[in-house]
Design a protein around this ligand. Structure first.
Ligand SMILES: *Cc1c(COP(=O)(O)O)cnc(C)c1O
Length: 225
């Protein structure tokens, strides 16, 4: 099927309040333009320099989301272009994002990535680390970042029950934070979970932002997690 047809199938399944990040990592700009012409405006990349060059070449009304593990020394490449960084997993990274956002005279929206899977290859804060971060005065003093929600990746497994539990745990944490640390922050409203293989479960569990790549663009020649 074409990119356009794949997109339509997915959009028809998404409840109105759930946003789609079309994950275009490794895919050529011509593929992105096909999705763009079908109306898609949010695209996700996982390499800083790839996001930068695509953002420079493609239409200005695209919202670029950084979804992959981000190294501090790469933040400078995306600071001007990125609309949302999904994959923030340390205070050191937050400080670098804050610094680069300030240089660009803007505020960068971020999601805190939470470790919900049982896979050592995945990144993110555990609950204890998250609470420590939120209580940290250095974190609280950052003025050029805005935390607008949480992101998580479930274990890569066929076990639906396990995936359901992992997404449920993230949703519970998200709802808890909305009534505690972020109760005066209406902007804290995004829950990024669900990819091609598990987005139906993620939506059932309260995702507001799904990150879908291969189900739109076909499988990737190489994957860079
Ligand atoms: C690649 C990637 C996706 C999309 O994966 P698909 O299985 O192709 O839908 C989602 N989230 C992250 C963090 C990714 O790196």
């Amino acid at each position: 099927m074409s990119i356009k047809a794949n997109l339509k199938v997915i959009l028809d399944e998404l409840p109105g309040e759930v946003q789609l990040v079309a994950v275009s990592k490794t895919k050529p700009e011509s593929d992105i333009l096909q999705a763009y012409e079908a109306g898609q405006r949010i695209f996700g990349e996982n390499k800083a320099q790839e996001l930068q060059s695509k953002a420079q070449n493609l239409p200005d009304d695209i919202e670029w989301h950084m979804i992959g593990h981000l190294q501090r020394n790469k933040v400078k490449y995306i600071a001007r272009h990125v609309s949302l960084i999904h994959s923030v997993d340390s205070l050191r990274l937050l400080k670098e994002i804050d610094k680069r956002a300030k240089q660009n005279e803007r505020v960068i929206k971020v999601l805190l990535q939470i470790y919900i899977a049982q896979e050592s290859t995945k990144f993110g804060f555990d609950e204890q680390e998250l609470l420590e971060l939120l209580a940290d005065s250095e974190f609280q003093s950052l003025e050029h970042i805005e935390v607008v929600g949480l992101m998580g990746m479930a274990t890569n497994t066929d076990n639906q029950e396990k995936i359901t539990k992992e997404f449920q745990s993230l949703k519970t944490l998200f709802d808890h934070l909305k009534t505690t640390h972020f109760k005066d922050a209406p902007g804290f409203c995004k829950l990024s979970m669900g990819m091609s293989s598990d987005y139906a479960i993620a939506i059932e569990k309260g995702s507001t932002l799904v990150r879908i790549g291969s189900a739109i663009f076909g499988h990737r020649e190489y994957t860079t997690q």
